[in-house]
Design a protein around this ligand. Structure first.
Ligand SMILES: [Fe+2]
Length: 370
């Protein structure tokens, strides 16, 4: 039985069912939410290692253990492997391929397939960033990630930008009604050194809180917004893009409220869903209380380095992550060097909290006891 049907409210189950019906999947048992999508089929068979106990799995470019290497091309052409990869990404937060020759168009296809196999709503497509202007080099569904500009060369960043690293933690586009499920990034222009990306586990961030604190957070919602993007667009006299990968992701305001603890529909696990980039206020608290709580939660993610993994980019590396249950942060230590990559972001479901869902540790512990 799919994990999702065991743990989600009826309305969510219905929307997942209708989404799956409209998705072109030749074999419904290959949906990421089904138990047939067993991530250990990949991790047992192909040369890989866990980046840290908490998060990240890396598929090697060269085998060191006699197992074959896993090619992203092989995954792209095999629906069962795609579903297994999607399950692994949702479980581990982020998956890296060290040898992934992949075009931006294939990145789009990969993340779209992962989102569909994951049962996202039928009208959720790929995200078009509010600052992606029409007529860009790679089209609307690729966000160009650069230390020189913000998604489009029209929106420059200050030269030699140095920012306090812990301020950069975020998950993508949480200001949307329907934010991202899966995302991929490949860096294509490299600095001599620097420009690493870090990921952190939202599951582990939840698991490290005391049961009393967890319960407190489970009753809260938070306000997310992106005034920076609105300001950038206003300064250049252009509107932010509308219909950003879902009919629900519209408007010029870039604001939304989401549960503070979010259930991942693929794993059924609870994770912390506030981030320094976009979360501005806890709705149920007064300003002082909210500032205090958010500061604690942001520091909780940034300062616990053992719930993070750090990735140094080399040519043909690919990262695939689940924005519902992982945070990430770039590193601006490039000096005058340039770092440019292509990112494609799938739009998922409206975030929800299912009180019946489990924590990652609780679930893994109970499986180990069987
Ligand atoms: Fe990001």
């Amino acid at each position: 039985m799919p994990i999702a049907t065991q743990q989600q409210p009826k309305s969510t189950i219905d929307s997942l069912k209708s989404a799956l019906k409209e998705t072109v999947i030749s074999d419904t048992s290959s949906a990421i939410t089904s138990q047939a999508a067993d991530s250990s089929e990949l991790t047992d068979k192909y040369s890989n290692f866990a980046a840290t106990p908490a998060t990240g799995t890396e598929f090697r470019a060269f085998s060191t253990d006699g197992k074959p290497t896993l090619s992203i091309r092989e995954v792209l052409e095999d629906e069962q492997k795609l579903a297994q990869l999607g399950k692994l990404v949702s479980e581990r937060g982020v998956v890296f391929f060290r040898d992934a020759v992949i075009s931006p168009e294939e990145q789009i296809s990969l993340v779209d397939k992962l989102g569909k196999l994951g049962g996202k709503p039928a009208d959720s497509g790929l995200h078009i960033h509010p600052l992606t202007l029409e007529g860009g080099k790679y089209g609307d569904e690729i966000s160009v990630i650069s230390n020189e500009f913000v998604f489009d060369s029209k929106f420059e960043r200050p030269k030699r930008l140095r920012v306090k690293g812990d301020t950069l933690w975020h998950s993508d586009v949480t200001f949307e009604t329907k934010p991202s499920d899966y995302a991929t990034l490949q860096i294509r222009t490299f600095p001599a050194v620097g420009g690493d990306t870090l990921w952190a586990s939202a599951y582990e961030a939840y698991d490290r809180l005391s049961p009393y604190y967890q319960k407190f957070l489970e009753g809260l919602t938070a306000f997310h917004s992106a005034p920076f993007f609105v300001e950038q667009a206003k300064n250049k006299g252009v509107p932010v893009r509308e219909n950003r990968g879902s009919p629900d992701n519209k408007g010029q305001h870039l604001t939304n409220s989401h549960p503070v603890i979010r259930t991942n529909p693929v794993t059924g696990w609870k994770g912390l869903f506030v981030n320094r980039g976009f979360t501005k206020k806890i709705n149920e608290l007064n300003q002082d209380e909210s500032d205090h709580l958010l500061e604690f939660l942001f520091a909780h993610v940034a300062s616990n380095h053992d719930l993070q993994a750090r990735f140094r980019w080399e040519p043909n590396n690919l990262a695939i992550w689940d924005n519902r249950s992982a945070f990430h942060a770039a590193t601006y230590d490039l000096g005058d060097d340039v770092r440019i990559g292509t990112r494609s972001v799938s739009v998922g479901e409206k975030p929800y909290f299912d009180p019946e869902s489990k924590s990652r540790r609780e679930d893994l512990d109970s499986r180990n006891k069987v």
